[in-house]
Structure formats: structure tokens, C-alpha cells
Design a protein around this ligand. Structure first.
Ligand SMILES: [Zn+2]
Length: 82
């Protein structure tokens, strides 16, 4: 048996090596727990974590962070059209 430190790193998908990664937007939205408050009449949301947005390769599932995108017309330093 080969020890872990001798194992090669995760081999890159051959198509990714030739064509490059195909990045697609992806999001991870942790579940939100909904429980009643003390009165039993009102639901209270308890998010487990904030949603994360990233890009993922469609073939090899490699992930990379992505900067938040600006909505056209709301770019920094640009005034809204009158
Ligand atoms: Zn890839």
C-alpha cells in the first residue's frame, strides 16, 4: 500500500487540461431552521450560515471564489440615468 504522502495530487481532468476549466456559477445555501418562539404561534428563522457564491468547473468540480458582480447601472462611480 502506498502512503498518502506519495499519492499524486488529484489528477486534472484531461479535457480541463486541454480546454481549460468551464466555470459555471454555483451557490451553496445552507438550510434555515424554522422554529416557533415561546408562544408557539410565530415562526423564527435560524440560519445556520450565510449563503456562499462561487464558480465551479462543470467537469472536475474544482471551485474558485468569485467577486460579487455589479448590476449594470449600479457600477461603482456611475450615476443612475435620469
Ligand atoms: Zn475543470
Amino acid at each position: 500500500m502506498v502512503p498518502d504522502w506519495l499519492q499524486p495530487p488529484q489528477p486534472m481532468n484531461v479535457f480541463c487540461a486541454i480546454l481549460g476549466h468551464t466555470w459555471v456559477p454555483a451557490a451553496e445555501n445552507p438550510k434555515t431552521a424554522w422554529n416557533t418562539d415561546g408562544t408557539g404561534l410565530t415562526l423564527k428563522a435560524t440560519p445556520s450560515a450565510t449563503p456562499r457564491f462561487f464558480e465551479e468547473c462543470a467537469r472536475c468540480k474544482e471551485r474558485r471564489p468569485v467577486a460579487p458582480r455589479l448590476v449594470p447601472g449600479q457600477a461603482a462611480g456611475r450615476k443612475p440615468q435620469a
